[in-house]
Ligand binder design. Structure first.
Ligand code: NAD
Length: 512
């Protein structure tokens, strides 16, 4: 039995938290009242948080601006050392933070701990990066000239995040943004406010120990309007948004219209192609984990399986058998495979999607439905389900953030790739095959159009070393590894003349 009260205590979460934090300082006018956080696992109220208002917002932004002038002058490797200490603090708090993620968001404890591990991993990555923010040097076409490029911080990095990765997404952004010399202002999903408070407390402790000023990392707990203020605020040069395509469109339009930068990590509609040359045992595990992990609430959750006609019936039967073995219940109980959805509104959306699918002709081979009774009293538990569909159904073209898996049959790989690409989203994709030609075609320019394309692993569960993100309506942003750090900086090209004349580029003559 997990003692949630001691978890909250260890993470410094009070019964009623204030609306904003600029580091060690917490505050809030209280004008907008409070928000209660309930666990989808058992429906209990966990704690209460005040909501930040416009005045709180301006307090936070002005503190962040002041802090930026200080933070940008600290050498990048020293900033990296502070992020290293954040990684150490997260190691120390891993069990408690992972447990809170599981209890407040509803994912399994293993996945909650995995999320914290990702935070630790990105801190390690960012420490190395802090000594590798490389620019290039170029040869000038003019004599006695030198050209190079350098990367400067942007200023305030605004982070708006979704409920389903309540801690990792912040750290992907914050660890990189901080080593790059930016300060961060975070508006988390109000559905997972306590996870955000815990992260902020952990980083604030590290910053305080290093005698850093307030405003390097700030948190605002509130409703959507704070996200709207951030999107329209010229003092926030970068908005990194993770969430639905619907809201991403609003945010990117606002940020774009003021020529700000945005990193967009939006919805997915992820597919595994199961070839007749696949290892079917492995494919079943990949497909089921991808579809039901985090109760289908990952941006990379597997939503469609495109299966070769020769193995379709065999694979379908294996899948039905595997679904029959799933245990649904308390995410903190490690015997369960599937936890709850985030709230009852998500359950209603799931039910509606099933109805819409049926109306369009979907044939359910594993029936869905909401669960009630003992162990399910929060009203947030649903049955993972599987339906045979056609790719063009409206509901199949959409991302339903729940464990609904669609099966589609194919004859040729070209046809399978065409089907997989024929959706508006472009996040994650995979092929299960032992055939090299098939794998390479899938990864080629004529293959998957997604930001992530895997062979013989599923669509979900990326490592931090690669750039993470997707194409089309997934938004085109990249976070985490590779050179994603460039999204948090501005590039400056410098030309230095050390001659005693002033030759112009392209040989242009200008004599006075
Ligand atoms: P959401 O779009 O409802 O909310 C995301 C964030 O935006 C929240 O903090 C919310 O308060 C805020 N917000 C809402 N309206 C706003 C507005 N008008 N202006 C500014 N901010 C506003 O998403 P959600 O339900 O929390 O999360 C699920 C979605 O996130 C799914 O679509 C999922 O695929 C996506 N997601 C994508 C990635 C990725 O990396 N591509 C990762 C995680 C989640």
């Amino acid at each position: 039995q997990t003692d949630i009260n001691s978890v909250l205590k260890n993470l410094g979460i009070q019964e009623v938290s204030q609306a904003f934090s600029t580091g060690s300082t917490w505050g809030g006018t209280g004008s907008l009242g409070t928000l209660d956080s309930y666990s989808p696992a058992d429906g209990r109220k966990i704690a209460t948080v005040q909501l930040a208002d416009q005045e709180d917002y301006h307090t936070v932004i002005s503190q962040a601006q002041t802090a930026f002038s200080y933070w940008r002058d600290i050498p990048a490797p020293k900033r990296g050392d502070i992020v290293r200490q954040l990684g150490d603090a997260l190691r120390h708090h891993k069990q408690d933070l992972g447990t809170l993620v599981s209890y407040e968001m509803g994912k399994s404890l293993q996945e909650g701990l995995g999320e914290v591990q990702e935070m630790i991993d990105i801190c390690d990555f960012a420490v190395g990066l802090s000594r590798q923010l490389y620019g290039l040097t170029m040869h000038s076409e003019r004599p006695h000239h030198r050209m190079y490029e350098q990367w400067h911080p942007l200023g305030i990095a605004g982070i708006i995040s979704a409920f389903n990765f309540p801690v990792a997404v912040w750290s992907w952004n914050a660890a990189l943004a901080l080593v790059c010399g930016n300060v961060c202002v975070w508006k988390p999903s109000s559905k997972t406010a306590l996870c955000a408070i815990a992260c902020q407390q952990i980083l604030a402790g590290v910053l305080k120990k290093n005698e850093m000023p307030e405003g390097i990392s700030s948190l605002l707990i509130s409703e959507e309007f704070i996200g709207d203020l951030m999107s329209n605020d010229k003092s926030i040069p970068l908005v990194s948004f993770t969430g639905s395509t619907r809201v991403g469109r609003i945010v990117s339009t606002a940020v774009g219209s003021r020529f700000g930068k945005s990193i967009l990590e939006l919805g997915g509609n992820n597919t595994i192609i199961i070839s007749k040359e696949a290892d079917l045992d492995m494919s079943v595990i990949g497909a089921v984990f991808g579809a039901v992990g985090t109760a289908g609430q990952r941006c990379t959750s597997t939503r469609r399986l495109i299966i070769h006609e020769d193995i379709y019936e065999d694979f379908k039967n294996r899948l039905v058998k595997a679904y029959g073995q799933l245990r649904i219940g308390d995410p903190l109980d490690q015997n369960n495979h599937v936890g709850p959805l985030i709230d009852q509104q998500a359950v209603a959306m799931y039910i509606k999607a099933i109805e819409k699918g049926k109306a369009e002709g979907a044939k359910f081979i594993v029936e869905g439905g909401a669960l009630s009774g003992e162990g399910y009293t929060s009203g947030c538990y649903v049955k993972p389900c599987v339906a045979e569909v056609e790719n063009h159904y409206k509901i199949v073209q959409e991302e339903t953030f729940a464990p609904i898996l669609y099966l589609i049959k194919y004859k040729t790989l070209e046809e399978a790739i065409k089907l997989q690409n024929a959706v508006p989203q472009g996040l994650s994709s995979a092929i299960m095959t032992l055939n090299l030609r098939e794998a390479e075609l899938f990864l080629s320019a004529a293959g998957s159009d997604c930001g992530i394309a895997n062979v013989n692993i599923g669509t979900s569960g990326a490592e931090i070393g690669g750039a993470f993100g997707g194409e089309k309506e997934t938004g085109g942003g990249r976070e985490s590894g590779s050179d994603a750090w460039k999204g948090y900086m501005r590039r400056q090209t410098n030309t230095i003349n050390y001659a005693d004349t002033l030759p112009l580029a392209q040989g242009i003559k200008f004599n006075l």
